[in-house]
Design a protein around this ligand. Structure first.
Ligand SMILES: [Fe+2]
Length: 303
């Protein structure tokens, strides 16, 4: 399946984006928090409130729609995923980084943004990974700058989605490097937020899986282990679909929508139904190992 990319942004649009970026940079404050309230459908009487989200990762969209890794074509794969999601749109999407192919070129993000068009009326929260570049990203998503970064040089989202709180962190350390890091300022911000917010179940999203290439994972867990409101950490990076648990905190590793290097890993996305008590996570796999396609993993949040 192939698609017709939108024409590139005009010079005027790019200028507007650059000005927004500059204005944003001037407003960055470490103590500034952006909170967005994503409305969800009301629960029927007697039923727990549910919010339904599509969880994606490692889209790896390139400037060239024909770019491929072995037999995997990330551009057409994301096109397929968005078509699947658009058939029954959830309340929103979270995409945990490596949005771009390798170096976060502006043209990568232009294609990426175009591919999201069919569902872009829903909230879409975007994390950044080691194959992203903040400058390229903000040039194509200048609207993200209208909600300026909470921590300087980090792109963070704090949002409420019905019964749960979502926090999308930024582990991008070096473009096209391998390692990730939250950094002192982001960890301090996270700790402050968690100490001051209510006990609503909270899910962290970040690109680097805590057990894989995240330099300050020990300090992250020192912050989140004592905070009972943290129920799960959702990540990408590994291009594997896995569940594990640390101190009662569920660790969910999302598959890539673009490609995988593992013979036993799916390529696809996860449909998540979230309540205050737990979540149901259904895999939609369409390439790679599709053995678990349609399988639902049920998690209960720690007390
Ligand atoms: Fe990746």
């Amino acid at each position: 399946m192939s698609g017709t990319p939108r024409p590139p942004l005009s010079r005027r649009q790019l200028l507007k984006g650059s000005l927004a970026l500059a204005a944003c940079a001037g407003r960055l404050r470490p103590d500034w928090a952006w909170a967005e309230d994503s409305r969800t459908r009301p629960a029927p009487a007697g039923e727990p409130e549910i919010t339904r989200w599509a969880l994606l990762s490692d889209t790896h969209v390139a400037a060239d729609p024909q770019d491929h890794y072995h037999a995997f074509y990330p551009y057409r794969n994301l096109q397929e995923v968005i078509a699947q999601i658009a058939c029954d749109p959830p309340d929103g999407l979270v995409i945990t980084g490596d949005l771009a192919r390798l170096k976060g070129k502006r043209e990568d993000y232009q294609n990426f943004r175009t591919l999201l068009t069919p569902i872009d009326r829903r909230p879409i929260y975007l994390g950044l990974g080691n194959h992203d570049d903040r400058d390229g990203f903000f040039r194509v998503f200048p609207d993200r700058c209208e909600h300026p970064g909470i921590v300087k040089n980090k792109h963070i989202t704090l949002a409420q989605a019905g019964p749960v709180r979502m926090i999308v962190l930024d582990t991008l350390l070096k473009v096209n490097g391998l390692l990730g890091r939250l950094g002192d300022s982001q960890r301090t911000w996270l700790e402050t937020v968690l100490q001051s917010c209510d006990d609503r179940p909270t899910i962290l999203f970040l690109h680097h899986a805590p057990h894989m290439n995240l330099l300050d994972r020990r300090r992250l867990f020192e912050i989140i282990k004592p905070q009972g409101k943290i129920k799960a950490v959702v990540s990408g990076h590994s291009h594997r679909y896995e569940y594990s648990e640390v101190a009662g905190i569920h660790l969910i590793s999302l598959p890539s929508t673009g490609y995988t290097i593992w013979s036993d890993a799916p390529v696809g996305w996860v449909d998540a139904k979230l309540t205050a008590r737990g979540g149901e996570f259904t895999l939609h796999a369409f390439e790679g190992d599709c053995t678990l396609d349609g399988h639902t993993h049920t998690l209960r949040w720690r007390a």
